[in-house]
Ligand binder design. Structure first.
Ligand code: PEP
Length: 261
């Protein structure tokens, strides 16, 4: 399976960190460190309140902006929610859907995740659909079944012909924010499985074009190994994306892997 058919993406998930007045200094520091790779797309997925400032601060660079969640509803009496339309109007490109923290704390299910992915696609943006197993599921040998179901459930909401706009992030729950990373081989095994599930449902051409990211304590030390794996097309990075130096070193790792100058 050839990586040339898909995008390499390094996406930072800030979660609920920083305040809007910290965005500009962050952006300036990141700008000064912006790495050499040209083949990698960089995205920052930030709280809704930070999107406008970040967009203004980085507008001359090739960095995409994203949000971390979206409403399943189009508009109306849904106090506190943010719609796909609102995000598209702000110039957002990526939206995370189904992050394990949203599944755990905000009641997201495989079906609401699918609805959110469809809402994002409908407005011309790309959903980053997160899937991943718990430690117990891994220890009981249920990883592949669980991942298959999550991917199939999400795919059932994706219209034929729109698959190239989706991104899947494999994020083992036990590796998120814990400092524990899946080994290169463990991550590759699941990412290859995700691609096989897509191939089975939507065909080989679609499967080879969908970018699959790994997320879970990725950092400058382990990035190169993970990014070298055949079915891993980038990273979804939490903690390390809040440190411009670490984040830019992870982006640099893409250049090392692809042999770019
Ligand atoms: C994440 O939030 O998606 C994530 C992978 O976090 P961390 O890199 O901190 O484990």
């Amino acid at each position: 399976m050839n990586k040339k058919y898909r995008k390499t993406i390094i996406a930072g998930n800030w979660k609920m960190n920083l305040v809007p007045s910290e965005v500009k200094p962050f952006a300036e520091e990141l700008r000064s460190l912006l790495p050499k790779t040209k083949t990698c797309e960089v995205a920052l997925l930030v709280p809704f309140t930070h999107i406008s400032t970040l967009r203004r601060s980085l507008k001359d660079n090739r960095i995409s902006f994203g949000a971390q969640d979206v409403s399943i509803h189009e508009k109306g009496a849904y106090t506190g929610e943010v719609s796909a339309d609102m995000l598209a109007d702000m110039g957002v490109h990526y939206v995370i859907v189904g992050h394990s923290e949203c599944r755990q704390y905000h009641g997201d299910t495989d079906f609401t995740v699918g609805q959110k992915a469809a809402a994002v696609l409908e407005k011309g943006m790309s959903p980053i659909i997160c899937v991943g197993e718990s430690l117990e599921q891994r220890e009981r040998g249920l990883t592949m079944e669980h991942i298959s179901y999550q991917v199939l459930a999400a795919l059932s909401f994706i219209p034929e012909g729109k698959e190239r706009q989706i991104v899947i992030a494999y994020e083992p729950i036990w590796a998120i924010g814990t400092g524990k990373t899946a080994t290169d081989e463990e991550a590759q095994e699941v990412c290859a499985h995700i691609r096989a599930v897509i191939r089975e449902k939507r065909g080989a051409r679609v499967a080879r074009s969908v970018s699959i990211l790994y997320g879970g304590s990725m950092n400058p030390k382990n990035a190169k190994g993970l990014l070298s794996m055949e079915d891993i097309d980038g990273g979804l990075i939490g903690g390390a994306s809040l440190k411009p130096k670490d984040f830019s070193q992870i982006i640099d790792a893409v250049a090392e892997v692809t042999g770019e100058e």
